[in-house]
Design a protein around this ligand. Structure first.
Ligand code: HEC
Length: 152
């Protein structure tokens, strides 16, 4: 083997090792970060709110009326996980549930307003939904991630 070929082979081997290490580290991180049911529910809520915002921009009230109930009656995490979450929120469980109920109430108001074709009221209710999301996130999101995902 010429010197150049030898060096190239060495470089290729080193690169392969580096790639393997990075891939392994990534896989480990992904395993540790395996999303809980609640995160998937939240991601869906995020997408639904974006879809509603898009429909509002087009003043497509029929579409808002169709989408709003998905937000109010969003999916729930699996029962076992729900028990873990409620146990963790402890004395704040009432508040945690109340914030979720506030999302539901505001989403119902939004659906009703959109069904009437009342744009101003639909937008007001949309803001109420978003305020309820924010209220729960402000209080619970950071400690939730810290507790369930062991992150600072
Ligand atoms: C009762 C509490 C509560 C309410 C109400 C709530 N959330 Fe969340 N949300 C959380 C918690 C806790 C997390 C952190 C979950 C995690 O990181 O696994 C979160 C995280 C999220 C995330 C980030 C998900 C990710 O991939 O990191 C999005 C997006 C989100 N919520 C959207 C919404 C929207 C939109 C609403 C309102 C329609 C809403 N949430 C209402 C508690 C709530």
């Amino acid at each position: 083997m010429t010197k150049v070929k030898y060096l190239l082979a060495l470089l290729a081997a080193a690169t392969a090792t580096l790639v393997a290490v990075v891939v392994l580290a990534d896989a480990r991180a992904a395993e540790k970060e395996k999303a809980m049911g609640l995160r998937l529910v939240m991601q869906e809520l995020g997408r639904d709110m974006q879809a509603v915002a898009g429909a509002i921009s087009k003043e497509d009230w029929a579409m808002v009326a169709k989408l709003a109930p998905e937000i109010g009656r969003h999916a729930q995490p699996p029962a076992m996980e729900k028990m873990r979450i409620i146990k963790w929120v402890g004395k704040d469980a009432g508040q945690f549930r109340a914030l979720d109920a506030r999302v539901g109430q505001a989403a119902d108001d939004m659906a009703a307003a959109a069904s009437r074709g009342d744009g101003a009221e639909t937008i007001r209710a949309f803001a109420d939904v978003q305020q309820a999301c924010l209220a729960c996130h402000t209080q619970f999101r950071k400690p939730f991630v810290k507790h369930f995902y062991q992150r600072p």
